[in-house]
Design a protein around this ligand. Structure first.
Ligand SMILES: [Fe+2]
Length: 301
């Protein structure tokens, strides 16, 4: 596990035109729960300890407003602020108490490719209910498109203390014992590729896929098992074309993990995962995976 100052991926803030529709979907079908509501925004939690993992804010257009990273404590927040500032980041708030449900102490900044991030410590936590059938526990990773894959990963490693886990078509980095919390996918612009929610096992992934099918969101890729991370996956196009993944059995790694290269992860022709049973990703999903951009400037809810 990295000895960094960041200890986890807490979640994301999304902007959406119809918050109520998203809330219905994320509660009834995706199986998150409401943690709080404030000023038209709704904060949803998983079964894990984070106060909330997905916050929905009313905005004219769908977008990714902020990626939230959990720091070890207040002094880690201050140390990360110094590191981010020293890395030459142009837009960065000073650390301060956060005025939002869950609270805490943190700062927002914009990384070199326009991603809006927050580093937070001291926020409220729930008793951790752990893995529960049919309910996401947490957001285990985000995949981000980038035109500068190695430079993007280098900033997260050097400024934020993440470690490289693997390189395939993607570059995978981690801040805790999950194989990856962030992965960088080659793309024309800095956009969101997908958001992955961790389930307690394959049965929950598949029952979730059944709920999604009933709700008009069929599997777009899967059921499969990834090479890097060894996780089972099913991908969907959710409301407003956010691409979301149910995943399970994410590999746990530590400092002894050996970083592998793209040649180590080559699949046989026609296969897109370790099993070889799933068709390739749908054209619909591949188009959606380029549509969601980042909001401009530091996040101030
Ligand atoms: Fe994923």
């Amino acid at each position: 596990m990295p000895a960094g100052l960041i200890i986890g991926l807490r979640g994301v803030d999304l902007g959406v035109p119809d918050v109520a529709a998203h809330v219905r979907f994320y509660i009834d079908t995706w199986r998150l729960s409401i943690a709080a509501e404030r000023n038209g925004s709704v904060y949803l939690r998983g079964t894990g300890a984070y106060h909330h993992i997905l916050a929905l804010h009313p905005r004219e257009r769908p977008g990714l407003l902020c990626i939230n990273l959990a720091a070890a404590n207040r002094s880690a927040v201050d140390a990360l602020h110094a590191r981010v500032t020293a890395a030459g980041v142009q837009q960065c708030d000073a650390p301060a108490p956060l005025i939002e449900p869950g609270g805490g102490y943190g700062f927002s900044f914009v990384d070199p490719e326009g991603r809006v991030l927050r580093v937070i410590a001291g926020d409220a936590r729930h008793p951790d209910a752990g893995a529960q059938p049919d309910r996401p526990q947490k957001i285990t990773h985000l995949v981000l498109n980038t035109p500068r894959q190695e430079a993007a990963a280098a900033f997260w490693v050097e400024a934020l203390g993440f470690e490289i886990s693997d390189r395939s078509l993607l570059t995978f980095v981690r801040c805790d014992s999950d194989h990856h919390n962030i992965a960088f996918h080659p793309g024309d612009a800095s956009t969101l590729h997908h958001i992955a929610f961790e389930m307690d096992g394959i049965d929950s992934v598949m029952r979730g896929a059944g709920r999604m099918r009933d709700a008009g969101h069929p599997i777009e890729w899967g059921l499969g098992r990834h090479g890097p991370g060894n996780n089972v996956f099913a991908y969907f196009v959710g409301p407003d074309d956010f691409v979301i993944e149910y995943t399970a059995e994410v590999e746990k790694v530590d400092a002894s993990y050996r970083v592998r290269e793209p040649k180590d992860w080559a699949y046989p022709p026609g296969h897109s995962d370790l099993w070889g049973a799933t068709p390739p990703p749908s054209a619909r999903m591949k188009a959606a995976q380029k549509k969601i951009g980042f909001a401009a400037g530091p996040f101030r809810p």
